[in-house]
Design a protein around this ligand. Structure first.
Ligand code: ADE
Length: 230
């Protein structure tokens, strides 16, 4: 998978993607992350990439020409390459989307919005633009959303996560719609809190049943809407 991020803050993207499991995936040649800064394509001597909105109103709008020029500098991409436009005004990203993108694409472009948004004509001029939100809150820019989505997609690229089970067993993946059960590791007792006996029992069937019950309990408490109807 090749990720290209069009961003005014390439350092933010590169810092995370060169560390972390995504960084390890890059070193292993399983994925690549490249950034292109629309500011390098501003075409004006003050390097301006934003302007006031037509029709008035608060804030600034990212101009179309630097973004489109930055995209065009990428050259030829696979025909189905999506341009994920990070915005609160789109469908909400979720685990099935992460899996589907990992399966469907060999290259993805993320376009990080800033200020009040991006000139709407960008979505008309660039191919395969998909607005996507990461949740019902407003951030100052699209870098964190792009990182969230790239990270979630990366986990589905074979080899990036060491143990394939840990991806298929995740909350929200495949058939699994329950939140995850609690996890424990050494020491067996910590500040008066012992690890539940059952986890030390070696009885795998009982452990699986206990974990499932824990998952139901956590889901009931925090996300009851995820439970199947009775
Ligand atoms: N940009 C600002 N807020 C955002 C959000 N919630 N999701 C995606 N992009 C955004």
């Amino acid at each position: 998978m090749n990720f290209t991020v069009l961003t005014l803050f390439p350092d933010v993207i590169n810092h995370y993607c060169n560390a972390s499991i995504v960084g390890r995936g890059q070193q292993a040649g399983l994925l690549s992350v490249n950034t292109v800064n629309p500011r390098d394509f501003s075409g004006n001597k003050h390097n301006r990439v934003d302007d006031t909105p037509y029709g008035g109103g608060a804030g600034m709008v990212m101009m179309a020409p630097p973004i489109v020029s930055a995209y065009e500098s990428l050259g030829e991409l696979p025909a189905n390459t999506p341009v994920i436009l990070t915005t609160p005004a789109g469908p909400t990203f979720n685990q099935p989307m992460a899996k589907q993108w990992a399966d469907a694409y060999s290259h993805m472009v993320f376009l990080c919005g800033h200020y009040e948004g991006i000139d709407a004509r960008v979505a008309k001029v660039l191919p395969n633009v998909m607005p996507v939100s990461i949740g019902d809150y407003v951030l100052t820019g699209g870098e964190l959303p792009a990182l969230c989505m790239m990270d979630a997609v990366s986990r589905y690229i074979p080899g990036v996560v060491q143990k394939a089970d840990s991806v298929t067993e995740d909350s929200f993946s495949g058939e699994q719609t329950l939140l995850e059960h609690a996890h424990y590791t050494r020491p067996a007792e910590f500040r008066g809190h012992a690890v539940p006996d059952i986890l030390l029992s070696g009885d795998h069937a009982k452990i699986a049943a206990w974990r499932h019950q824990q998952s139901v309990h956590v889901t009931q408490r925090y996300r009851p809407e995820l439970l199947p109807p009775e």
